[in-house]
Design a protein around this ligand. Structure first.
Ligand SMILES: [Zn+2]
Ligand SMILES: [Zn+2]
Length: 134
C-alpha cells in the first residue's frame, strides 16, 4: 500500500513540474499536487522532491536566503539557468547553445556525468527599471 501511495505522489509531483515552466518552489508545487491528491502534506512533497533530485529526475536551483526552486529535467532537452539577482526570475538557457567545457580544465581521468551552469545577473525588465529610476 505504502509503495502505491508513494508512486502516486511521485507521479503527481512530476506531473505538476512537467507542466510548469515557472521553476516553482515546494509550497507552490504542494498547492498544485493537492488538486490531484488532496491529502498530501508539504512534508511529503519535500521528501518526494528530495528523492526525485537524488534520482536525477528533478534539478534544484538554489539561491541564498530564498526557497529552493525546482525544475523537471526533460529528456533530450538539457538546459542551464540564468537567475536575476534583483527579482529572482529564472530563465532557461539551452545547453546546445553553449560551448562544451574543455576537458583540459578537469582533473585527469575525471568523468563528467552532468553539467550545471548558473548565470547570475539582471533581467531585461529589472535593467529597464533601474535605468528608469536612475
Ligand atoms: Zn529581474
Ligand atoms: Zn529550467
Amino acid at each position: 500500500m505504502t509503495m502505491v501511495r508513494q508512486t502516486r505522489q511521485r507521479q503527481a509531483v512530476i506531473e505538476v513540474l512537467r507542466e510548469s515552466r515557472e521553476h516553482p518552489d515546494a509550497a507552490w508545487i504542494h498547492s498544485r499536487v493537492r488538486e490531484l491528491l488532496p491529502s498530501v502534506s508539504l512534508g511529503t512533497v519535500y521528501r518526494t522532491l528530495d528523492a526525485l533530485v537524488r534520482d536525477g529526475v528533478v534539478v534544484t536551483i538554489e539561491r541564498a536566503g530564498q526557497a529552493t526552486r525546482y525544475d523537471y529535467k526533460r529528456a533530450g532537452e538539457d538546459h542551464h539557468h540564468a537567475v536575476c539577482r534583483s527579482c529572482g526570475a529564472i530563465f532557461d538557457v539551452e545547453a546546445g547553445m553553449l560551448p562544451t567545457l574543455p576537458a583540459a580544465a578537469l582533473p585527469p581521468g575525471f568523468q563528467v556525468t552532468d553539467v550545471r551552469l548558473e548565470f547570475m545577473g539582471i533581467c531585461p525588465e529589472c535593467a529597464a527599471q533601474g535605468e528608469a529610476a536612475g
